[in-house]
Write a protein that binds this ligand. Sequence first.
Ligand code: SF4
Ligand code: SF4
Length: 77
Amino acid sequence: MEKLAILTRFKNRPFHKEVPVAHKIGEECIACGSCVPECPVEAISEGDPIYVIDAAKCTDCGACAEVCPVEAIKANG
Ligand code: SF4
Ligand code: SF4
């Protein structure tokens, strides 16, 4: 019962938004795909029209940003 009360109290608090920990791909992306194999946690996938990073998986390592030819990947925050 006590556990449930705690979960109820905190469930609407956006903890993940208070501390941004994901890189983000901007609209400069030319969809070359070079960043995909660089990601150690497979957080990058092909979107439409640009590639996207899954913020839930990204560990903010920065490896993808190193290889992007148009510097489209930025640290978020
Ligand atoms: S910053 Fe690291 S973990 Fe995040 S998408 Fe880029 S390569 Fe993957
Ligand atoms: S390396 Fe840069 S331009 Fe290429 S798909 Fe990734 S974000 Fe887009």
